[in-house]
Design a binder for this molecule. Structure first.
Ligand code: HEC
Length: 457
């Protein structure tokens, strides 16, 4: 691993200088994630000397209402007015959160509450204690532009509105026996996820001016030769700045019921290009510069090669180096062989392969059609599993719980195989297939050369 870049080491809230530290254990061992205790805030405590923000998991699920206070997106048709629809979702999520660290209840929260999903604090990807971020897919060399010469990690935090929090409360009402069958999100459930990158502006200049948060995350980059290596087990963490790169939104809208019941959209940071819809609500300090990449309400099953998807709206004003498979929606941090609804359609207990298989050398391409179905809300991806209604935070939380409380899992009738989904245990990041082993260099020739920044056409 490379040393921490100077820019990232500066400007952090450490009076005595926060040393790199081993992230062993949970935040307050014995005091959380047990029957009768609150859920843990994070995977580890803040490092000694840290005087800045401390993340607090919003887990007062009993305060959550079963219906949203308002559904401003309902004024618009997602298929014919996708831009208005996706901005209605983001401006709804900004309300009461904008200008804060998004985990601080304030006056503007009176109209609506926000909640985090529990049990995402376990393991090497687990929530860090400063901003509550969990580790996501790594951006490979050049994926964020020509200047990106190292692999950089992405870290994210997601929140649910009232009906989402109400549902989380039902799933986790017994802390020692989460109930995946209770994950049926009501109309108006909305979730927002902020994705930050550790990539520095020196390598990704279009991140200039992007909102910066502090996070206690792995040092430096994860480059090994010309590929990204998995960090070692339990790697040391150190407080540093991360920059907002992508914002995801998802909403339960009954108009999409015959398809999946959900509409997913995503935004990318676009330095220096304020969006009128965000300026209009007073967003500033970079938060006004998020442009929609697109919106999707279905997976376009059976899409033939060369055809354009009909259930994705790619924003014609933003050009990306890649979307998802065959032009379905995916974000800049996401894998181009998948799509939002493809990956989230696999949300079930026990979790299995979220990403479609790729061809083995010399073999014909595998059938990926199961990953691009329109799975109705509540139907599992595989027979015999239990759907968590497109929520991967619920599916991952339950998986984490079962792996870390094997005796409770056994008591709840969860088989060892379900507790330890074998196909997933080797993966480091939940949003990516296993890392390419250092002995197999990535073949960049199949990689469309990304342009320096997502630019208007
Ligand atoms: C390859 C898999 C994958 C893809 C593709 C993907 N996600 Fe997710 N997403 C996840 C995982 C895993 C989680 C839960 C863990 C976490 O939040 O870190 C998640 C969580 C979320 C959440 C929080 C609520 C929930 O459902 O768990 C939202 C909202 C979200 N994603 C939206 C999107 C959008 C929008 C896209 C497309 C632009 C997208 N996702 C693409 C894997 C994926």
């Amino acid at each position: 691993m490379k040393p921490l870049p100077i820019a990232a080491a500066a400007l952090i809230a450490c009076v005595t200088g926060c040393a790199r530290h081993a992230p062993a254990g949970t935040s307050t061992p014995g005091n959380c994630n047990l029957a009768g205790t609150p859920f843990c805030n994070a995977h580890e405590t803040v490092p000694p000397g840290w005087t800045g923000h401390r993340f607090k998991l919003l887990q007062d699920y009993r305060d959550a209402r079963n219906a949203p206070d308002a559904m401003p997106w309902k004024k618009y048709d997602y298929a014919t007015q996708p831009r208005q629809y996706v901005f209605a979702l983001l401006t709804y999520a900004y309300r009461g959160n904008y200008g804060t660290t998004w985990d601080t209840p304030n006056n503007r929260w009176k109209a609506r509450h926000w909640f985090h999903a529990p049990a995402l604090d376990y393991g090497d990807n687990g929530r860090e204690p400063i901003s509550g971020l969990t580790r996501e897919r790594t951006s490979a060399i050049h994926e964020l532009g020509d200047g990106q010469i190292h692999c950089w990690d992405n870290w994210a935090v997601g929140l649910y509105n009232d009906p989402g929090g109400f549902t989380l409360g039902k799933v986790w009402s017994n802390h020692m026996a989460p109930d995946p069958a209770a994950a049926r999100f009501p109309e108006g459930t909305m979730s927002v996820k902020l994705l930050f990158t550790s990539a520095p502006v020196s390598e990704v200049p279009w991140l200039n001016g992007s909102p910066e948060w502090d996070a206690d995350i792995y040092e430096g980059d994860t480059t090994a030769g010309n590929h990204c290596a998995a960090p070692p087990t339990n790697p040391p963490r150190v407080p540093q700045k991360v920059r907002l790169l992508q914002v995801d939104v998802a909403v339960k809208d009954s108009r999409a019921n015959p398809i999946t019941g959900w509409v997913f959209g995503t935004f990318v940071y676009q330095g220096g290009r304020p969006q009128p819809e965000l300026v209009a609500i007073g967003a500033k300090n970079g938060w006004q510069n998020l442009a929609p990449v697109g919106l999707m309400w279905g997976n376009d099953p059976g899409l033939a090669a060369g055809q354009k998807p009909k259930q994705t709206w790619p924003n014609p004003d933003v050009s990306m180096s890649h979307l998802g498979y065959q032009g379905r929606l995916n974000g800049p941090v996401d894998n181009k062989i998948s799509s939002c609804l493809s990956c989230h359609g696999t949300a079930e207990v026990a979790l299995d392969a979220m990403i479609p298989p790729t061809a083995a050398p010399g073999q014909p391409p595998p059938d990926v059609s199961p990953w691009f179905q329109n799975i109705p809300s509540g139907v599992p991806f595989e027979k015999g599993h239990i759907s968590t209604d497109y929520s991967l935070q619920v599916a991952f939380g339950i998986r984490n719980f079962n792996q870390n409380h094997p005796s409770a899992a056994a008591e709840n009738g969860v088989s060892a195989q379900n507790a330890l989904s074998p196909k997933l245990t080797g993966n480091f990041s939940p949003r990516d297939p296993p890392y390419v082993a250092p002995s197999q260099p990535i073949n960049w020739s199949g990689f469309r050369k990304p342009h320096p920044a997502p630019t208007p056409r």
